[in-house]
Design a protein around this ligand. Structure first.
Ligand code: 13P
Length: 287
């Protein structure tokens, strides 16, 4: 069964740790993340971008795959299936397809329009018992064609969106998707602090978890971040392990070309990355 992210994030905020959102791309990704969460007794959020949803043949396919996998693998930890950076139309499709959590990213709209659209989705999600993430201040970098400028959110606008009754709030604090450039200025903790002062108990979300140094992650958690999104880092570890397998010529030995063998090292590498992150975020044993 899939659950809304509300309870796991309320607990995380109170307990001063964060739950990881790990983005999925296919069966191997999903399996690796679910098995690691179960092994470590950690709650987990599976993130699906609109591009990844399309790649996996639509949101219904994704919901059915994830639900069936949770059942067949006997996963007992709380699992939320969450739309990542959803458009207004994408959000509606995922609600219909049975996702348990939705992100509506209205950060590129003028604040009035972001408020109006978020408000409508708050009502729908509340009625259906789904969690809803909203965003203020675009996250920098590029993810599946969605390009953000790396803004720093206005804490007052964050308060306006939080007051609509969303479950969790993503705010730009200088974070970006993908690898961080050499000259990255780091996270703006003053902004994060100001946002938390105004939004109180609201679980805050840190996007662009890849490559943020451990001390910054810990500080962000101490300032109210309860959900951290990681995508690129799993892709990089999967790619590196797969490259190593092929460069060692293992696909040419015996039945090494069998996809179940070819993708095995990459899948194990995803598990390792997810484990490291869950340990860093403090969610191990919190299921
Ligand atoms: P990274 O790809 O930088 O880890 O960011 C993930 C993310 O924020 C998904 O929304």
């Amino acid at each position: 069964m899939l659950v809304s992210a509300k309870e796991m994030l309320t607990k995380a905020k109170q307990g001063k740790y964060a739950v990881g959102q790990f983005n999925i791309n296919n069966l191997e990704w999903t399996k690796a993340i679910l098995l690691t969460a179960e092994e470590l007794k950690s709650p987990v959020i599976l993130g699906v971008s609109e591009g990844a949803g399309k790649y996996m043949c639509g949101f219904k396919t994704v919901t059915n795959m994830v639900k069936a996998m949770v059942e067949e693998l006997n996963i007992t930890v709380p699992v939320a299936l969450h739309l990542d950076h959803g458009s207004y139309e994408g959000a509606k499709k995922c609600i219909e397809a049975g996702f348990s959590s939705i992100m509506f990213d209205g950060s590129h709209y003028p604040i009035e329009e972001n408020i109006e659209k978020t408000k409508e989705l708050v009502d729908t999600c509340n009625r259906l018992g789904l969690s809803l993430e909203a965003e203020v201040g675009a996250i920098g970098g590029e993810e599946d064609g969605v390009i953000g400028g790396g803004e720093v959110a206005d804490p007052k606008e964050c308060k306006m969106i939080a007051d609509l009754g969303v479950t969790m709030l993503a705010a730009g604090i200088g974070n970006i998707h993908g690898k961080y450039p050499e000259n990255w200025a780091g996270l703006s903790f003053d902004t994060l602090d100001a946002i938390q002062q105004l939004t109180g108990d609201m679980p805050l979300v840190l996007h662009g978890g890849t490559g943020i140094p451990a001390d910054m992650i810990k500080k962000a958690i101490s300032l109210g971040v309860s959900k951290i999104n990681v995508n690129t880092e799993c892709q990089l570890s999967f790619a590196a392990a797969t490259r190593k397998y092929i460069e060692a010529g293992k696909d040419l030995q015996g039945k090494g070309f069998d996809p179940r063998k070819l993708l095995a090292d990459g899948t194990e590498a995803i598990k390792e990355t997810v484990k490291e992150k869950m340990e860093l975020f403090g969610s191990v044993g919190k299921a």
